[in-house]
Design a protein. Structure first.
Length: 732
């Protein structure tokens, strides 16, 4: 059969399984089309069917179709599904990720952007290495201005589609006293000299190619009669510019995405791309896919009501013809440990009649996984962490534990080698090799050889000084081992070794999360009487990781959960400051709040059958108990689709409305201050907004409750925290 004319006997049979909106999205082939595809509405099916429709109805030959995805996995799946639908392998379609398509274009036109067609694509590690050399050659202090920070800045500019001369003044970083632009120019020049490109260049060079070579652009515009883009809400500004260049030829561009699932702003995704589609592509047709084939009605109604609070959206409402099922369960807990215990107990109950693989716990921050991991280990339920390492596998946690291992067992050469130059102390491979040789020669431990090598001339004076200081520190830490509690010991080690300072100075996007993980580790140590007990616990955890079974409960962040689905979803930690995340709100305000709300929407819509949302009234953080209040997102869920349950307590109270969060409370004492929902709480008869009298401070109103402690605003004395036994309720 001629591969250029792929026609089945019933060439449009793929249309029979589509609903009306899906069919419109498939058959609207002329002009720009935006398919707003809500969660679970069959967007991949629409994309695959659209490609099949273009081929079967002779709208285009395979090589005249450009289909762009975000991952290689998605590309492979789409290619397989197109082949299955058409009935044979389809060759010639330009189907791949933005970067793979970019490479293909650049290989054919490399000389026009100053490269040879066999140019090398460097990865993140290579990029950091090049930038390190560049920083040193410019006599810049690489400890104060690390290469990882410069890498983040340059990659951000490339994601914005900006060459050095195009970076606006307000976007110029103060890196190295304002030298970031010059370093960006030098870096680009250095890459071209080495005939190399980084991942950002794969799109940015294409933009330059199209700008500076109109004839080349016209050829590609003529070539691609139809363009399809998946996950359009996740495109960055450079990808958006790239697409606009190519799509302005035939204008037959179909973008599929969901503005309500745009959750990657922190890595450059620009939700504005999908919101401005009609402006960028005049005459665009908007088709909404709202029928959900995944979740039961309570889940969809709750998710839809939550996301309606966002102003930056095009709008749609998910619905299904499934039976109602169970409402979303909201539960409150005394603290994080009780929350973890409750979640794991419920997982255990569900697992009796369900596959473990169909249960997932979705957290906002990576460090939250630790309590669940420890609890699953205790009750011997297998689990996996998706999208990242398990807690005790994380680099910073392994480093910290390596310090503790050497303190506990000074002969632990493996642990000593791991941290001998972390953070950097000028103890390179030559020094370590010399210590190894001495250890082998004298049949002694590495740390003993390190002590003995100080008495020789085998290493440089600078290395000898650094090594001597490290060994002095270890001797002091070892002397504290039995006199200091484990948590305090870790804090001393991380501080005096410079390890915490290393991450505080690191400006990479991962650094804040690593510091959070170290704080979580410190909090964990409160549960252990001594260092040996903790290290034994870690060994059991690591051993458990080797004994993986085919069925495992899934733990992941909300970001990692996008695109996945499970029967049963747990959403712990829905508290102000944790979710929505306070750091994000501080940095980006309303834009961050809306993205956080989209994260909540994504989390809820991962579920097919049940959702359980939980929060704790207090959490251990930075060595202290922090009081918590429920996330504003809980208050935005509709009453008819949720059900509160009591966590073994006789709770009865209210909680804040949306406009009361993250603000200094300053209100007229005569006005009503009641919430819209009832939420369980340990204090009976006292509510948020209750009017009280205190012998010393007079009349006040309750603004926060933490068990027996009340935060009260007094008319003449401001905010005070009072034990409930010392106030009298006034019933006006």
């Amino acid at each position: 059969m001629d591969k250029t004319s792929i026609i089945n006997r019933d060439k449009n049979k793929y249309l029979h399984s589509l609903n009306e909106e899906q069919r419109q999205a498939v058959c609207s082939v002329d002009g720009p089309v935006l398919v707003l595809a809500g969660a679970g509405t069959g967007k991949t099916k629409v994309l695959v069917s659209r490609i099949c429709h273009l081929l079967n109805n002779n709208h285009a030959k395979p090589w005249e179709i450009l289909a762009v995805t975000f991952t290689n996995k998605a590309s492979k799946e789409m290619n397989n599904r197109v082949s299955n639908l058409v009935g044979q392998a389809v060759e010639g379609i330009w189907l791949g990720t933005f970067h793979s398509i970019g490479v293909k274009i650049l290989r054919s036109n490399a000389e026009l952007i100053g490269l040879k067609n066999n140019f090398t694509i460097i990865d993140t590690d290579d990029q950091t290495r090049v930038l390190k050399q560049l920083i040193k050659s410019n006599n810049i202090d690489d400890k104060r201005w690390p290469a990882r920070s410069l890498s983040y800045i340059i990659n951000k500019w490339k994601d914005m589609g900006l060459l050095p001369d195009e970076v606006p003044p307000e976007s110029i970083s103060n890196f190295a006293q304002g030298k970031s632009i010059d370093l960006y120019k030098d870096y680009n020049s250095l890459l071209k000299v080495q005939n190399a490109a980084d991942f950002g260049d794969l799109i940015l060079h294409c933009i330059s190619l199209f700008k500076n070579n109109p004839d080349v652009l016209r050829d590609y515009q003529k070539k691609f009669k139809y363009i399809l883009v998946d996950e359009y809400q996740d495109t960055n500004q450079a990808q958006h510019k790239w697409l606009k260049f190519l799509a302005m030829g035939s204008k037959n561009v179909c973008c599929v995405g969901d503005d309500d699932q745009s959750i990657y702003g922190w890595r450059g995704a620009e939700v504005g791309n999908i919101l401005s589609f009609e402006r960028d592509f005049p005459g665009a047709k908007i088709i909404r896919l709202e029928k959900n084939y995944r979740s039961q009605p309570h889940i969809l109604k709750a998710a839809s009501e939550l996301i309606k609070n966002n102003k930056g959206r095009l709008g749609k409402t998910l619905w299904t013809d499934q039976e109602n099922g169970d409402p979303i369960i909201i539960s409150s807990h005394l603290d994080g440990s009780e929350e973890a215990r409750s979640v794991v107990e419920n997982c255990e109950i569900i697992s009796k009649n369900n596959n473990l693989n169909e249960i997932a716990i979705l957290v906002r921050a990576g460090y939250q996984t630790r309590e669940f991991e420890d609890r699953f280990l205790t009750v011997n339920i297998p689990y996996r962490v998706i999208g990242g390492p398990r807690f005790y596998e994380r680099r910073e946690i392994r480093d910290a534990i390596a310090y503790l291992r050497v303190i506990s067992q000074p002969n632990d050469g493996i642990a000593f080698e791991r941290i001998i130059n972390v953070p950097k102390r000028g103890l390179g491979q030559t020094t370590i090799k010399s210590i190894y040789e001495l250890s082998k020669k004298n049949n002694e431990s590495l740390i003993t050889s390190a002590q003995n090598i100080l008495l020789t001339e085998m290493i440089r004076p600078q290395a000898k000084s650094s090594l001597g200081k490290l060994l002095e520190n270890f001797n002091r830490w070892i002397s504290l081992r039995d006199q200091t509690n484990v948590r305090e010991l870790l804090e001393i080690v991380l501080d005096e070794s410079g390890y915490t300072d290393m991450w505080q100075k690191d400006k990479s996007i991962e650094a804040p999360g690593r510091l959070d993980n170290l704080m979580e580790l410190a909090d964990t140590l409160e549960n252990f009487e001594n260092l040996t007990d903790f290290l034994d616990h870690v060994s059991l955890v690591m051993e458990n990781e080797k004994n993986e079974s085919s069925q495992m409960i899934n733990i992941m962040t909300l970001h990692a959960a996008k695109g996945l689905e499970f029967d049963h979803i747990f959403l712990p930690g829905w508290e102000e400051g944790l979710f929505p995340n306070q750091r994000s709100l501080d940095e980006n305000g309303t834009l961050a709040l809306e993205e956080e709300r989209r994260l909540g929407h994504v989390g809820i819509t991962r579920a097919r059958r049940t959702v359980r949302i939980s929060f704790a009234h207090s959490r251990r953080s930075f060595g202290e108990w922090q009081n918590s209040i429920p996330s504003r997102f809980i208050d935005e869920l509709p009453d008819e689709n949720i059900s509160f349950i009591e966590d073994n307590k006789n709770f009865d109270n209210n909680f804040f409305q949306d406009n009361d969060f993250n603000q200094d409370i300053n209100f007229d004492f005569d006005q009503s201050y009641q919430s819209t929902k009832k939420i369980p709480h340990i204090m009976k008869n006292i509510f948020i907004g209750s009017k009280i009298n205190h012998d010393k401070y007079g009349i006040g109103y309750v603004i926060k409750i933490n068990y027996e402690k009340l935060d009260i605003i007094f008319e003449d004395h401001g905010k005070k925290t009072i034990i409930s036994d010392y106030v009298e309720i006034i019933n006006d």
